[in-house]
Write a protein that binds this ligand. Structure first.
Ligand code: CTP
Ligand code: MG
Length: 233
């Protein structure tokens, strides 16, 4: 499918797991809000067209000012992530037929991941997710007892950006499916195929305090100071 690729950036979460402080998207990383890093990364991708950010409702004006240099539309997010995605989708220009949904919290995602998702969409996929193999052994538990060890060879951890034909994403959100933790899950629930492309360790989601330290270290490595082993070619 040809035409512009729009990006929806859910950035309205509180960041409860990060601990007390500003909403996660506004927490500082190397002196700049996470969201600025995320949007700058998207804008560095030639494939990316219109960008709509869903910000915490009280911070919409501040976020719009913060992102003024980056040519984005800012809307108020909702109580749950899927509410924020739906609000951003409603603000995406009508002519945009391909859509990426990208967590602001995956603020250092390499552009190669974005490109891989867009290429799969252009090649005809209706829904695309970047994935990584699962490194840990995974067990199912019941209370404090292990019930089963889950074979991990065919398990994948899923990242963003997730890519969609706009009509599929809109149908998935219209159908509800609020129990799903990602957009591809909602599309799967409608019976549509979702294809995978390689993700990146550098596309990790800043979730807990340790992730902020990791993000600082990765940024420093990219900027040429104190390289972190394994993070650069
Ligand atoms: N998000 C959103 N609107 C919400 C909840 C989450 O736009 N109501 C966004 C977050 O800002 C983040 C992405 O969805 O960029 C992934 O969510 P998560 O990592 O869970 O972030 P938070 O919900 O902010 O964190 P926590 O669950 O620890 O509160
Ligand atoms: Mg959350």
């Amino acid at each position: 499918m040809s035409g512009p690729v729009g990006v929806l950036v859910p950035a309205a979460g509180a960041g409860v797991r990060l601990g007390p402080g500003a909403p996660k998207a506004l927490r500082l990383l190397a002196g700049e809000p996470l969201l600025v890093h995320a949007v700058r990364g998207l804008r560095a991708c030639a494939e990316v067209g219109p960008v709509v950010v869903a910000a915490p409702a009280p911070d919409v004006d501040a976020v719009a000012a913060l992102l003024a240099p980056h040519d984005v539309v800012v809307v108020a997010g909702g109580a749950e992530r899927h509410d924020s995605v739906a609000a951003a989708l409603a603000a995406l220009p009508a002519q945009v037929g391909l859509v990426l949904v990208h967590d602001a919290a995956r603020c250092l995602t390499p552009s190669a991941v974005v490109t891989a998702v867009v290429e799969a969409l252009r090649a005809g996929a209706g829904a695309v997710v970047p994935v990584l193999p699962v490194a840990d052994t995974v067990k199912r538990v019941d209370g404090d007892r292990v019930v089963a060890t889950v074979p991990r060879a065919d398990l994948r951890a899923v990242q963003t950006p997730q890519g969609f034909r706009r009509d599929l994403l809109a149908a998935a959100h219209a159908a509800g499916g609020q129990q799903h933790t990602d957009d591809a899950g909602m599309v799967e629930a409608l019976g549509h195929e979702v294809v995978v492309v390689p993700g990146s360790e550098e596309a990790f989601k800043v979730t807990r305090p340790l992730d902020l330290l990791l993000a600082e270290a990765l940024l420093a490595a990219r900027r040429g100071a104190d390289p972190v082993p394994g993070t650069r070619a």
